[in-house]
Ligand binder design. Sequence first.
Ligand code: BG6
Ligand code: MG
Length: 214
Amino acid sequence: MGTIPTFIFDLDGVITNTEDYHFEAWKAICLSLNYNLSIEKNEELKGVSRSECLNKILKWANLNISSEEFNKLLNKKNDLYLKKISNLNSSNIINGVYDFIDKAKKQKHLIALYSSSKNAKFILNKLNLHPYFDAVVDGNSVKASKPDPEGFILASKLTNSNPENCVVFEDSEAGILAGNKINMTTIGIGVSSKLNIANKVYEKFDEINLKEFQ
Ligand code: BG6
Ligand code: MG
């Protein structure tokens, strides 16, 4: 591959299982709107910003609400979510992720994060992983969330990397689409059939050999 590739990780669903808590919180909000959020529909919320998630839900539920109510629901969803992650700590790092990042760092890969979440830095700190990252891009750093590639472009700039020399690790269709748009190598993490648009898919990090990127 020539130059050592820069690794750009997603957070929710890749580094830690917070995706489950996003789902539970949205499910509760949906219930209050008399809408049943299915696991299948939730796949479409992965990687998408908080406000875009609510826009999608309102469309699916065929609902129109005032901007005041919209903001109230966003805050309510985030409060529910923050309660669920209040005890998050380094034991909540998904198996294999810590070793993968540690090895990659020792082998001189630059490590970046691009998460659509506005809570990403808070979570990275809770997991004690922040010091591993050469650049962190989150929902506060971008105007357009995934599938727009803005955040991946920013992560490549912050690490002085060419997009073609970046490898994206993502569990969401939106994230893979974003990476593909700017010719980053995309690695899908998980079992969702939505990931087959990635260059490669692995169920977990234990299965990935770093030699593949050398
Ligand atoms: C993404 C998650 O990482 O962050 C989405 O995959 C979530 O499910 C989005 O909606 C925004 O997160 P937050 O924490 O800013 O509400
Ligand atoms: Mg994710």
